[in-house]
Design a protein around this ligand. Structure first.
Ligand code: CA
Length: 233
């Protein structure tokens, strides 16, 4: 198996250097760019297996890059944000990033998040199974990672897909936010549970007729979320 390629977009040289060192040591092919516009040009030529990007970049910021990427690709994106940018990272997730790491972070933490995101993004093993599945109005095909709703294709990010496929494989089972972090993100250790809330909201916007009054992806107050297949036809 060839080693996975990662593009690191970060304008602080010391961070870019330590991140690429650790990722290389973990066996990935790493390219580092410090300018958003240069990153855009590189991505136009080639989409890597994963993108790690800083939010605040010269040339073109992380939001614009994420929006541009999401129009073209489901490549997993991990954002690097600073602690005071709470609103920014929620906005980043809503724009389609899969995960974020708050600065200052340990390089080892970033490596384990990269591993988890890549593992869940397919390519490797899919622990939730590989058989296509139809539940109510929704069909998913884990091999092509495609989803249709009433016969029409819908675009999901890697994490949205993983979360939806977990729910579809366990209809009516309630998952807590920690359980969802474990099963979808690979660990609940470093991840803000608010990440789950944002992804549930995004999924609802894509699959529910009225996202404010969901019939499929139901909140179980004080516990978590469940998928209601009877309501999905
Ligand atoms: Ca920066």
């Amino acid at each position: 198996m060839h080693s996975k390629s990662i593009l690191v977009i970060e304008d602080e040289p010391s961070i870019a250097e330590v991140v690429s060192l650790y990722l290389r040591r973990a066996g990935y092919q790493v390219q580092t760019l410090g300018d958003g516009q240069a990153a855009l040009e590189a991505l136009e030529r080639h989409i890597p297996d994963l993108v790690v990007m800083d939010l605040m970049l010269p040339g073109l910021d992380g939001y614009s890059l994420t929006r541009w990427l999401r129009d073209r690709s489901q490549v997993p994106i991990i954002m690097l944000t600073s602690r005071r940018e709470e609103m920014d990272r929620i906005a980043g997730l809503e724009m389609g990033a899969d995960d974020y790491v708050v600065k200052p972070f340990s390089p080892q933490e970033l490596v384990s998040r990269v591993r988890a995101v890549l593992r869940r993004a397919g390519g490797d093993k899919n622990p939730e199974g590989e058989a296509p599945l139809q539940v109510g109005a929704l069909s998913i095909d884990p091999l092509s990672r495609s989803v249709t709703l009433r016969g029409a294709g819908i675009d999901l990010t890697a994490k949205e897909f993983d979360m939806l496929s977990l729910f579809l494989r366990h209809p009516r089972q309630v998952f807590s936010r920690d359980q969802l972090l474990e099963r979808v993100w690979g660990s609940s250790e470093y991840i803000d549970p608010g990440t789950v809330t944002v992804h549930v909201r995004r999924l609802r916007e894509k699959i529910e007729t009225d996202p404010a009054n969901p019939l499929m992806l139901i909140t179980v107050w004080g516990v978590g979320y469940k998928f209601e297949p009877g309501q999905s036809a």
